[in-house]
Design a protein around this ligand. Sequence first.
Ligand code: IDC
Length: 478
Amino acid sequence: MKHPPSRPRRLLVAAGAIGALTLGTLASLPAPNAMAATGCSVSYTTNSWSGGFTASVTITNLGDAVNDWTLGFTFPNSGQRVTQGWSATWSQSGSAVTARSVSWNGALATGASTNIGFNGSFTGSNPSPTSFTLNGTVCTGSVTPPTTPPTTPPTTPPTTPPSPGGQTPVGINGQLRVCGVNLCNQYGRPIQLRGMSTHGIQWFGNCYNPASLDALAIDWRADLFRIAMYVQEQGYETDPAGFTNRVNNLVEEATRRGMYAMIDFHLLTPGDPMFNLERAKTFFAAVSARHAAKNNVIYEIANEPNGVSWSTIKNYAEQVIPVIRANDPDAVVIVGTRAWSSLGVSEGSNHTEIANNPVNASNIMYAFHFYAASHRDNYRAEVERAAARLPLFVTEFGTVDYTGDGAADLTSSTQWLDLLDRLKIGYANWTFSDKAEGSAALRPGTCNGTSYTGNSVLTTSGVFMRERIRTPDNFPTS
Ligand code: IDC
């Protein structure tokens, strides 16, 4: 573990709305000089550990559109420093900090937001700045009208932030739902989501920061971010409120970037999901309430049941799914399958036990997991048979063997992904992390730095996965 975890702190500075502004009031103002309406709000969030912190800063332009911007703020304590920033050109003089926009995020329409961030150091305490300026205007959360009427009325803030490459996966596909054996987008057309899974967030939380998530969304063009929240192994059971909070924050980060967020209740050892039934109900009640209004959250209720019958898993699912549905009726839910989500194959069974006795719920899919160096033709044949009868999602797979380590088997991995592409089965690769093991996409040490783009930070598995994931999605839009 790199940094001892600490609770994220959120400070919302003057996050006001512009509702009071009307064209009528603007038009009645006398105005000799053409000037722009100005206004902004800033939210500043930190995660700190002893002596260091990561800050995430979201700037919202409430005034007229700008083509570039400069953010200013002052650290309350003299010992606070920006050590490395991203998504802006950062400078510091004394306690005064300046962040200038870069080419791809300078243009901010009315109501548009952008997220920037930095790693910092501090001595003593690490209080958040209390005041921010954008292009010299203090961000109060309200708007100073121009002295002449604007030529165009203020536009409504967009529901998804603009992305440099155009529309985001969530922007295009919207709310998903299961249609037959497929996953369909808002136009009722089958789609395949391709993305990455975190490693255990209790160990690799430092790998999920604004720069790495920007890389996933923009450089990898990922559609999906799976958040693996282990229940045991120093996970959820040790701090339910803290882990719920961390998962919620990561969902917000995925949402901000237009990616689907898959919440993985990562039960593994013990393999009986009933052992964690009450925890699952508590956890899913909380996260589904929090994200009910979003259209990009997918719930994975049981990572890998093992050593238990299908009927036990079905019983668990039929108790947890209603908890989610009570808050978020239209979200897709994914149910793990017998024998480490192998559709039963790894314990001598097969998909027919599910097809003959499906979970009594609608809008659900079944999980299938594989590790390409361990699981080959007989598993692929079973997936092909199962996919004709059951909606499947590969919520986790590795290019390596089932231990998560060893060499990437790119031949078997290619056969697997070609099959999933053909069947339009979505997938998340294990893992977007820098653990020193073959399945990790990032080279060891990457998460101590601030650079996550391109191939130079990637392992063999990472280079392969990035190439597969970043090809165009061609999502149908009608
Ligand atoms: C592995 C990790 C490894 C960790 C181990 C125990 O790669 O670093 O020490 O878990 O927590 C799964 C599981 C997933 C495993 C992965 C590889 O869902 O948690 O991760 N795997 O063994 N099922 C099959 C393989």
